[in-house]
Design a protein around this ligand. Structure first.
Ligand code: NAI
Length: 328
């Protein structure tokens, strides 16, 4: 029985999570999956009340769970997400940017960013000396190898052929190592090695997209992913997973959307699609695909929130997705 930790978080988090839970229950029920879901608190509001953004009972719940689904936490995001990523060693940040039939998306856009999640410029090591600030950028053979293998294996599993390793090896030492490791792994994993400099990749992402999957380092992945978000209708449509060898935390790419919090119009699709990724990761591929199909159909029918051209409220979108799941 899979154990799922749910973290609604702050801002639009609770309203999205409340609407999403009945969809997950209906999906699990339809596919004969017994889910043990437990809700935990974390974030700004939690810090105000309890003095810490990630209380020990929440951390323990995440540790014990097979997978976690989180919506978003506010200003304390780093105090919540970073310790979880570090302790559970969630070295993959998987961001599939696929357009669904909403009017503000470029149809046919389908590029998955496989971003290294623990190294690079985000190790938060460095120092300041007077007017000079220095950040350390870390790349290890082990870190490069595991993200690269994950990327190729993911591509194989998903039937995606055009896999590019994206780096800046002409300038950066860490990228030289990354390139060396990835180029030796490609063939072992059954792929032709293809690569591109990150600046060129940004242009090609906007232009003709010769890739299905991009395997890249931490900061490059972060930036390319947000560029990709612009082509799929924005952050309300963009799911992600932080994945390790035996644990994973799935969350929409967006934050707490304070400008629309409490209005009931937050787009729940990114969270639903993150949940679909979670079902697949847990081994329930059919259930994950069923949820993706229901989201697709809801978008086709215009059962969407205002950010993607619709008129529905968060709970109405989720109720429609639930009905679509149960109707088939
Ligand atoms: P944001 O993603 O919350 O909002 C950016 C824009 O996108 C806003 O106009 C917002 O209304 C819109 N938006 C986001 N999600 C939406 C949804 N589901 N439906 C419709 N529209 C949506 O980013 P922002 O404003 O930079 O950050 C707000 C807070 O969220 C900050 O405190 C930040 O630290 C936190 N944050 C947390 C993240 C996490 O928990 N993983 C990730 C990014 C930001």
């Amino acid at each position: 029985m899979p154990r799922i930790a749910l973290i609604p978080g702050d801002g639009v988090g609770p309203e999205i999570m409340d609407a999403v839970i009945p969809v997950l229950e209906a999906l699990a029920d339809k596919h004969g999956i017994t889910l043990q879901m437990e809700v935990y608190e974390a974030g700004d509001e939690t810090k105000k009340r309890r003095g810490v953004a990630l209380p020990e009972d929440t951390f323990e719940g995440v540790r014990k769970a097979d997978a976690t689904l989180m919506v978003a936490v506010g200003e304390t995001a780093k105090e919540v997400i970073l310790p979880i990523r570090q302790e559970l060693d969630l070295y993959v940040n998987l961001r599939p940017a696929k357009s669904y039939p909403v009017p503000n998306a470029v149809q046919g856009f389908d590029v998955t960013i496989v971003r290294e999640n623990t190294e690079g410029l985000y190790v938060r090591a460095g120092w300041t000396n007077g007017d000079t600030a220095i950040d350390l950028r870390v790349a290890t053979r082990r870190g490069s190898e595991r993200i690269c293998r994950y990327g190729y294996r993911y591509a194989k599993e998903e039937g995606k052929e055009r896999v590019y390793v994206v780096h800046k090896a002409n300038v950066l030492l860490g990228c030289k190592l990354f390139r060396e490791v990835c180029s030796s792994i490609a063939e072992e994993e059954g792929f032709e090695y293809r690569e591109m400099y990150v600046d060129a990749a940004a242009m090609r992402l906007a232009m003709d997209r010769p890739f299905d999957v991009i395997i890249t380092t931490n900061m490059f992945g972060d930036i390319l992913a947000d560029l990709a978000a612009a082509y799929i209708g924005g952050l309300g449509m963009y799911p992600s997973g932080n994945i390790g060898d035996d644990k994973a935390v799935f969350e929409p790419v967006h934050g707490t959307a304070p400008d629309i919090a409490g209005k009931g119009i937050a787009n729940p699709m990114a969270t639903l699609l993150s949940a679909a990724m979670m079902f697949k990761w847990l081994g329930y591929r059919e259930a994950g695909e069923d949820l993706e199909r229901a989201v697709w159909r809801a978008c086709e029918l215009g059962y969407t929130t205002p950010d993607v051209g619709g008129k529905m409220r968060t709970w109405e979108v989720c109720a429609s997705v639930r009905d679509l799941i149960l109707a088939r």
